[in-house]
Design a protein around this ligand. Structure first.
Ligand code: PGA
Length: 257
């Protein structure tokens, strides 16, 4: 059975005190809500880089809560001023790294080819990439979303072998739904997740495809998570705005039925 995962991408939000408060609040919510997380579920907290080490310490001892990073460079070390490597992130105790968020693709011009190198580096460091794909509004309006997603996945992931692809999470995040309040309908999410799972099946076989975790992201909130997560191929969410409030975030975590 696939794991159910809810990951909170804080983006560039929270000062130091606020960050440790939010992690504490999340832990408190988990403790106070009976059955907030079952053994098949995992919560991933993804704060900005400087708050990662504290977050790792705070969640120590909570088996179903992990920490991740929002980005990394593709080299392990060297003269790359301002960059952070997967090895550094690993040495803090974080376990996941988001690769190819649409904000990185658009504001920092990260191409499919560049993201391929990042995916390799994250896997090399034995961390789990959360690989994001998603189409902009114009692509959806011209009904070309499947071609675009296929290209993103093919160009950044299809060089991997079976074992490598099995150690990766894919997040489908339609760009038009991120931070806009417009969510994909549960049907649109299911349709795309099914399409992605089929792509994986064609390339790597049914077992790999059946086991790969596919998250939905884009204005996922407590009031729409139940419906989204009820779809067969939606294994959880990558949550932006709603991950900044512990109550909302945990309500989303509890949205699996
Ligand atoms: P949002 O962001 O939930 O605020 O739309 C999702 C994301 O960018 O990962």
């Amino acid at each position: 059975m696939r794991k159910k995962i809810v990951a909170g991408n804080w983006k560039m939000n929270m000062l130091q005190d606020e960050a440790s408060q939010l992690v504490n609040d999340i832990i408190k919510e988990v403790k106070s809500t009976n059955d907030a997380i079952t053994n098949e579920q995992e919560i991933i907290i993804i704060p900005p880089f400087p708050w990662i080490p504290d977050a790792v310490k705070q969640v120590d001892g909570y088996d179903n809560i992990s920490v991740g990073a929002q980005n990394s460079y593709h080299e392990p070390r060297g003269a790359f001023t301002g960059e952070v490597s997967p090895e550094m992130i690993k040495s803090t105790g974080a376990e996941y790294i988001i690769v190819g968020h649409s904000e990185r693709r658009s504001y920092f011009n990260e191409s499919n080819e560049f993201l391929k190198q990042k995916v390799n580096a994250v896997l090399e460091a034995q961390l789990t990439p959360i690989f994001c794909c998603g189409e902009p509004l114009e692509t959806r309006e011209s009904n070309k979303q499947n071609e675009l997603i296929e290209k993103q996945i093919q160009e950044s992931l299809f060089h991997l072998n079976k074992e490598q692809i099995s150690n990766l999470i894919i997040a489908y995040e339609p760009v038009w739904a991120i931070g806009t309040g417009k969510t994909a309908t549960p049907e649109q999410a299911q349709e795309m997740h099914h399409f992605i799972r089929q792509l994986i099946a064609k390339k790597y076989g049914d077992t790999v495809a059946e086991n790969i975790v596919l998250l939905y992201g884009g204005s996922c909130k407590p009031n729409n998570a139940v419906e989204l997560f009820s779809k067969n191929d939606v294994d959880g969410g990558l949550i932006g705005g709603a991950s900044l409030k512990a109550k909302d975030f945990i309500e989303i975590v509890q949205s699996f039925n």
